[in-house]
Design a protein. Structure first.
Length: 630
């Protein structure tokens, strides 16, 4: 039996460890920059020097500033993303000076980004400093998220509400979940496992889980489950760990004519969802014009009884508009951390849906669970886990998600979706056997799909006989330049075999995936250097495994990078990462890498054997190495 106090105390300790790791990394980064008084500092999380560009107001009335900087051709992908906090600094002989003007990234482009500033005073201060010093900008620490997680864990431990206590004890494994018996539901457009999942969702009293392996229609099933729940409940809360995931599920609900109210920082909400954002709905309310006039009158100095009456009316209108927006919404959607925003105070929901629950830190989940009577989690714990930077916190269990724990504690709450609609069955079968107990089956329309009937769905181009060399760059990311060139040649040869005309006419798309950001950057550079690919560039995407989760392409080429006699494969040992990579392909999967290095691990040894049996293993002899250049 799990001790509630010990359980939550341990989680709070792990969250504190992760926060200290980020704060220490930030402090250490500034100290390192203080030793560099000249030159350029370009890191994934830093730009120095920057030039201050134009300032303006965005559609939401926020003051924004353009920042310009040089592009480093050797850099890896940026850590700057819309909505992330960022801080300014400048360097002197005494070291780096961290400014207090924290801003938020609004948009990132090639050689420029825009940030939102807290005030005009902050803008003037930055411009004054820019006249005397070179300024830099660095990704900041998101203290708000850590504070919300700590407060939510404390609240979850001590909350005495009877309904919540039962839900908490079920989630901790101290109490068995209960299911009510309802008439059998049937959705003819869904397969049997999807129907089973929805049945379990509506029957579960505390918790149910939709386990959706790649390509099995998890989002489709979740949307139907939400809509079916709305037949029984007035309103539900829908959350996910990231804004992108919240926007995706919200967009699918909107397309089914569900009234969605999107809560969150407008900078981090997609353009498609901005019309449903709280801020946009608020300013579009019929009473907003009167409220705006009252605020203007108060700002212009209304006094005495008039000011008193205006403030009373202002409060009345603010309460009314807020109530109208929430009362009209059938779905309230936000990130897990966003569920703790001031707007969500005292809000209560019968059902909470958590999408991509297998990528959510457990402490963030409790922030949303505090507002619900029961929870439905959807995701796949055999794909990428949440990111944890502190090694000890990861080893202590911070990467173990609540969904993963509940799957182990209460398997009766889980429905595995078993029909996948994405991959050729030869691509699917290895993942199915290794991760899903061979329970997946390919839908008839996907089972035999190929780019060409003369092609095989699986190929491994083995570089074991070649003298390739992996390197670690200054950003501590690995790359393998010879393998990168082979990837480019392999892609070109494949396009030539299919024919560029067919690629364009049938809109065949390609993804090049690698575990390392340094390799991804190198491959992008090589692609840009070749005139051959210019007309096909809209068909080709290059990225890391993390960046490709949730995506799919007709053809996937994987560059494994690692090439050494010792069999060291780094974080390729996280097999969930490879599960994501190999299941992005619809029709063709090409792996490029040293099979001898990788096959020291039994997973890659089994994968290589599977490809030998179901596809083709091509070993390039040394005498042909000169022909591997693009």
């Amino acid at each position: 039996m799990t001790n509630t106090g010990t359980y939550f105390s341990r989680l709070r300790e792990l969250v504190s460890m992760e926060l200290r790791e980020e704060q220490e990394a930030y402090r250490r980064s500034l100290e390192e920059k203080g030793a560099s008084l000249t030159g350029v500092i370009h890191e994934p999380a830093c730009r120095y020097p920057i030039q201050l560009g134009n300032n303006a107001y965005n559609p939401l009335g926020q003051l924004t500033l353009e920042l310009r900087y040089e592009v480093d051709e050797d850099e890896v992908e940026l850590d700057f993303e819309p909505g992330k906090p960022a801080t300014f600094f400048y360097l002197t002989e005494r070291g780096a000076n961290d400014l207090q003007h924290q801003c938020y990234v609004e948009a990132v482009g090639d050689g420029a980004m825009s940030v939102s500033l807290p005030s005009k005073a902050a803008l003037q201060s930055l411009r004054d400093l820019a006249e005397r010093h070179f300024l830099g900008v660095q990704v900041g620490v998101d203290n708000t998220s850590f504070r919300v997680m700590q407060e939510s864990l404390a609240a979850a431990e001590h909350k005495e509400d009877e309904r919540f206590v039962r839900l908490r004890e079920v989630l901790l494994g101290n109490t068995k979940p209960v299911f009510r018996k309802l008439p059998r539901l049937s959705f003819p457009w869904l397969n049997p496992s999807q129907n089973d999942a929805i049945q379990k969702v509506v029957e579960g009293q505390e918790v149910s889980i939709i386990h959706g392996p790649p390509g099995t229609g998890k989002t489709t099933t979740l949307v139907e489950a939400i809509i079916e729940t709305l037949q029984r409940e007035t309103q539900v809360l829908v959350c996910a760990p990231s804004n992108a995931a919240v926007d995706w599920i919200s967009e699918q609900l909107m397309r089914r004519s569900v009234n969605v109210l999107r809560i969150g920082n407008p900078l981090r909400i997609s353009d498609e969802m901005l019309s449903c954002s709280y801020e946009r709905r608020y300013s579009s309310h019929p009473d907003y014009h009167e409220l705006w006039n009252i605020r203007r009158a108060l700002a212009q100095g209304a006094k005495g009884d008039q000011a008193h009456r205006l403030r009373d009316r202002q409060t009345e209108l603010e309460i009314k508009i807020n109530a109208d927006l929430f009362n009209e919404a059938r779905v309230v959607s936000c990130t897990l951390i966003g569920s703790a925003y001031r707007l969500m105070e005292r809000r209560r929901f019968s059902t909470l849906f958590i999408d991509e629950a297998a990528q959510a830190l457990e402490p963030a989940c409790w922030a949303a669970i505090l507002k619900a009577d029961r929870v439905v989690m959807s995701g796949d714990h055999q794909q990428l886990p949440p990111t944890v930077k502190n090694i000890q916190a990861a080893r202590g269990g911070l990467t173990d998600t609540l969904m993963q724990k509940v799957v182990g504690l209460h398997p009766q709450c889980v429905t595995l979706l078993t029909v996948q609609y994405r991959m050729n069955q030869d691509i699917m079968s290895f993942s199915s056997r290794w991760f899903y107990h061979s329970r997946l089956q390919a839908a008839p329309e996907a089972a035999h799909r190929q780019v060409s009937p003369l092609d095989t769905p699986l190929t491994w181009i083995d570089t074991s006989a070649l003298d390739y060399e992996e390197k670690e760059n200054r950003y501590r990311s690995r790359s393998n330049s010879q393998e990168a060139r082979l990837v480019i040649k392999t892609l070109r040869d494949y396009i030539e075999m299919i024919s560029p005309q067919k690629i364009e006419s049938e809109r065949v798309d390609f993804g090049i995936i690698t575990p390392y950001r340094g390799q991804a950057r190198l491959i992008r550079r090589l692609l840009k250097m070749q005139h051959y690919f210019r007309r096909l560039k809209r068909h080709i995407t290059v990225g890391t495994v993390d960046g490709f989760q949730g995506q799919e392409r007709d053809v996937i080429v994987i560059s494994l990078v690692r090439d050494n006699a010792e069999g060291n494969i780094g974080f390729l040992r996280d097999l969930r990462r490879m599960n994501v990579a190999i299941t992005r392909a619809r029709m063709k999967l090409i792996i490029v890498g040293n099979a001898q290095t990788l096959s020291r691990h039994r997973f890659y040894r089994a994968l290589a054997e599977h490809i030998r049996q179901q596809g083709e293993m091509i070993t390039i002899p040394p005498e042909q190495e000169q022909n591997t250049q693009p």
